[in-house]
Design a protein around this ligand. Structure first.
Ligand SMILES: NC(=O)c1ccc[n+]([C@@H]2O[C@H](COP(=O)([O-])OP(=O)(O)OC[C@H]3O[C@@H](n4cnc5c(N)ncnc54)[C@H](O)[C@@H]3O)[C@@H](O)[C@H]2O)c1
Length: 250
């Protein structure tokens, strides 16, 4: 699929990896609609000539409305990139007692249920596109994490949500094969997004040193370049790609 023919909805596009992807796609000539619960997405979208609608990815009506808005603005949807997500740090059994069940459910709801909600509703629109010569109608790209495979202490909720996203790629690709929709996931290592930039400099340096090569944090533009490559390479399907400088967490 050519990037200039792409009409993409990008969740979490107000910030970090989602914004870098929106910017990359716009630079390639794609139409983009940013879906984010943070109203600052309006300014982010305006800066790159994208559309914006305030959306909570966990809500059925909210995402339904956002998909309708995106189709109205762009005429179609050919790609859905799920970047909305949150992180948490809490142990299964900590000093203050067991992991809060509400916290666990919240991270699953935003990271996992939100991703599935957008994927399922976007797929219904993508399925309406005229097929390319090989039957392709579009692509869904979900964001897992290397925490899906190498989760750290305190990441039980986050890792559960991300492992499920990695596990979703193949069955969803199989489900949507008859509709000509590919499904891929990206598992980033440690990227310099606003979340990471808030950490003390010595912590950032320590994280960078733990990467095998190159010894630095990932740049969001590198995630964005991979998302674009997935859009453009029509033979990628049903797989999760790590992008992590060969970082393997202990
Ligand atoms: N930065 C990293 O190192 C890293 C590594 C691995 C995976 N990831 C994953 O990549 C994704 C993007 O991370 P980031 O670093 O760019 O984070 P970020 O905090 O910069 O951006 C996340 C965006 O998601 C939005 N969001 C959160 N909950 C939402 C909801 N319910 N509905 C709509 N929007 C919502 C936020 O408003 C924000 O704009 C996340 O899923 C994260 O888990 C990030």
């Amino acid at each position: 699929m050519r990037i200039e023919n792409t009409a993409a909805v990008i969740t979490g596009g107000a910030s970090g990896l989602g914004f870098a992807t929106a910017k990359n796609f716009r630079e390639g000539g794609a139409q983009v609609t940013i879906l984010d619960r943070d109203a600052k997405g309006a300014e982010a979208a305006e800066s790159i000539g994208a559309h914006f609608i305030q959306t909570d990815v966990t809500g059925e009506e909210s995402v339904q409305a956002a998909i309708g808005f995106a189709v109205k603005k762009m005429g179609k949807i050919t790609a859905a990139v799920n970047c909305a997500g949150i992180g948490t740090a809490e142990k299964t059994l900590g000093r203050d007692g067991p992991h809060s069940l509400d916290h666990y459910k919240r991270i699953i709801d935003i990271n996992l249920v939100g991703t599935f909600n957008v994927a399922r509703l976007a797929s219904a629109e993508i399925a309406k596109n005229d097929p390319e010569s090989d039957g392709a109608r579009g692509v869904i790209i979900n964001t897992a994490s290397i925490a899906a495979f190498d989760g750290q202490m305190g990441q039980v909720g986050y890792s559960s949500s991300k492992a499920a996203i990695a596990g979703m790629s193949l069955p969803m690709a199989r489900d949507l094969a008859r509709n000509g929709i590919r499904v891929m996931a990206i598992a980033p290592g440690i990227f310099m997004t606003p979340m990471l930039a808030g950490l003390p400099e010595d912590v950032q340096t320590g994280l960078a040193a733990s990467v095998t090569c190159p010894k630095r944090l990932g740049d969001p533009s590198e995630y964005a370049a991979l998302a674009r490559f997935i859009v453009e390479n029509g033979y990628l399907n049903g797989e999760t790609i790590r992008i992590d400088g060969a970082l393997r967490m202990q």
